[in-house]
Design a protein around this ligand. Structure first.
Ligand SMILES: [Cu+2]
Length: 113
């Protein structure tokens, strides 16, 4: 267990409360989390660290605008406005992806440990 100064813990709790997301499962910094939101021209969080063997789920939450999740060298999701896309990461490394509709400004990565 990593020791965290109480003031930092308090700030983190307040920040989560302010987001209205008490669990932190969707956008918190928890390194074992396995979800990414697909928003309008952004991924949240843009970088995610997971353990080998983890299946990461991208969930579209972008209204009527089309987006995709396209990894360099594949795989890629369809262009879509809702729904999910999943990829299971079996080996360590850093895997970059982008929405090819919106280009480099809408990109992210998954680091597998
Ligand atoms: Cu996009």
């Amino acid at each position: 267990m990593i020791r965290v100064p109480r003031i930092l813990l308090a700030i983190a709790v307040l920040a989560l409360a302010a987001c209205g997301d008490a669990t932190g499962n969707d956008d918190g910094p928890d390194p074992v989390d396995n979800e990414v939101r697909v928003g309008n021209n952004f991924f949240s969080p843009a970088s995610r660290t997971v353990a080998a063997g983890t299946t990461v789920t991208w969930t579209w939450n972008a209204g009527s605008v089309m987006h995709n999740v396209t990894f360099t060298g594949g795989p890629a999701s369809p262009n879509q406005t809702s729904g999910t896309f999943q990829r299971t990461f079996s080996s360590a490394g850093t895997f970059a992806y982008t929405c090819t509709i919106h280009g480099a400004s809408m990109s992210g990565s998954v680091t597998v440990q």
